[in-house]
Design a binder for this molecule. Structure first.
Ligand code: TYD
Ligand code: MG
Length: 456
């Protein structure tokens, strides 16, 4: 008998290797290779004379069936989805441990159940008693959710097929705890995650069930397991926030049924997650007098403007030690770039200083339009001079130090003006300036630096 070749699969990127190595040769992750059962290879050529069925071609202009969406009863959950859950679709929800994924999904399941929908919540991580305790704490113990603690995909699908009514919503918390007997390997390995997800998604598509898979995230914020999981599902969501802060943001990273620019905002309180309908002021510290190192960025999340405070702290080092750069809520690489531009184009010196950057309220900024606000906070911290009172800053900064236009400049300013801001800085030519707001266009970073330095 031929000796079966050993096969090692990287649990981070899915790369296959013949030998075990400490570090994956593809993605450079350490200790991520795990031995897995060999994949069956169909090497024979297809015999086309029998067995195949004709595939029907359809035209693209067939009248589209309107997507029936089921609202979850939580508007902040429906909004990023594009209006609600689509039957027969699969959603992957990632997020740090303890951020509130289980809480959110239990609340959604309970709300749908209370409104007459059939919902099933399968927990592979917690015992039934623990889920029940959470439900009691949330005041949802009376919701007719069908809850079970199980990890075998076969058991789950068998149970579902025997149910009188097919569920409208099926929550699997989490996909990393599921086990499919179709394939060898421990739960959580790449092939197990893939096989379990495949079976569950097929069930959801065949039966018109909206399926939500909870996915763990790795330390760098990606959903653990193979990237293929993200390709298999229709929607990828991430639930974000800082555990020490109250606010949570539900973001959509991929959506086959809608746009990906809307967010849902929640606050974690003693009785679970409450919806935040108007988040524009949440991420401001709310102090009255201006402070050095603080800048406000008028962000746009889909259709909703949100004002976000960026804080910078610069500490001069006496010794020749390598200075630290620490960032919370923004991209480290982008901070390095901005510091380099400030040094090269504006003659500022950060080389012997530690730089700390923080986005208030546990918000994560990814819009490049935030560059100017970050630059403003950095320059203001370095000069130890506050930016103009009640001001917002926005604009993308290029490597040449120019401030580039960004989308919806006018809308950003209008919202800032509505909330009592009186000064704005950003790229030139942004169109109509709202009444009562003093707008100073900065075409390049040196101009911003100049303004801050000249302030008394
Ligand atoms: P959980 O939903 O278990 O997180 P995840 O499933 O993403 O790991 O959330 C757990 C956290 O939420 C826990 O640290 C406590 C907090 N929490 C509240 O503050 N209030 C509540 O009513 C509940 C249920 C949880
Ligand atoms: Mg959980």
């Amino acid at each position: 008998m031929a000796k079966t070749k050993k096969r090692y699969v990287c649990q981070a990127c899915g790369a296959v290797s013949r030998r075990w190595q400490g570090q994956c040769a593809d993605c450079a992750e350490w200790n991520s290779l795990v031995e897995e059962a060999p994949a069956t290879v169909f090497s024979q050529k297809h015999d086309l004379s029998s067995g195949g069925r004709a595939v029907e071609f359809v035209s693209l202009d067939k009248p589209a069936e309107a997507l029936l969406r089921r609202t979850t009863g939580l508007a902040e959950f429906d909004r990023p989805l594009g209006g609600g859950l689509v039957p027969g679709s699969a959603i992957l929800m990632g997020g740090d441990p303890g951020i509130g994924k289980s809480t959110l999904l239990l609340q959604a399941a309970a709300t749908i159940a209370k409104n007459g929908g059939e919902t099933v919540y399968v927990s592979g991580e917690e015992a039934a008693g623990q889920v029940r305790m959470r439900a009691t704490r949330l005041g949802l113990a009376d919701a007719p959710v069908k809850m079970a603690a199980a990890t075998s995909v076969r058991d789950i699908l068998t149970t579902l097929s025997k149910m009188e009514k097919t569920p409208d919503l099926l929550v699997i918390d989490s996909i990393q705890t599921m086990h499919s007997d179709q394939i060898e390997g421990a739960p959580g390995t790449v092939s197990q995650v893939r096989a379990s997800a495949f079976e569950l998604i097929r069930y959801a598509k065949e039966n018109g069930v909206a399926l939500v898979l909870v996915g763990h995230v790795t330390k760098d914020g990606n959903i653990a397991g193979p990237r293929v999981l993200e390709h298999m599902v229709d929607v990828v969501m991430s639930f974000e926030g800082e555990r020490s802060h109250q606010y949570r943001i539900l973001r959509v990273l991929k959506n086959r049924f809608g746009a990906v620019d809307e967010i849902g905002v929640f606050a974690m309180a003693g009785k679970g997650l409450t919806e935040v309908e108007n988040p524009s002021m949440l991420f401001l510290s709310g102090r009255d007098e201006p402070l050095a190192g603080s800048a406000v960025f008028p962000a746009l999340e889909g259709t909703r403007p949100v004002l976000i405070e960026v804080q910078a702290l610069i500490v001069r080092l006496q010794s020749g030690a390598t200075p630290r750069r620490a960032v919370v809520g923004w991209d480290t690489g982008r901070l390095a770039m901005l510091l380099a531009v400030l040094e090269a184009r504006c003659g500022l010196n950060f080389s012997s200083a530690e730089v700390y950057l923080n986005v208030a309220g546990g918000y994560r900024l990814s819009d490049p339009a935030a560059d100017l606000a970050v630059a403003g906070a950095l320059v203001s911290a370095l000069a130890d001079k506050p930016l103009p009172d009640k001001s917002v800053h926005f604009g993308e900064v290029s490597l040449a130090g120019e401030v580039r236009p960004v989308a919806h400049g006018g809308l950003r300013l209008r919202e800032a003006a509505k909330l009592g801001f009186t000064n704005g800085s950003g790229p030139p030519d942004i169109g109509e300036i709202p009444n009562g707001l003093n707008y100073v266009s900065v075409a390049s970073l040196p101009k911003l630096v100049d303004r801050v330095m000249r302030a008394h």
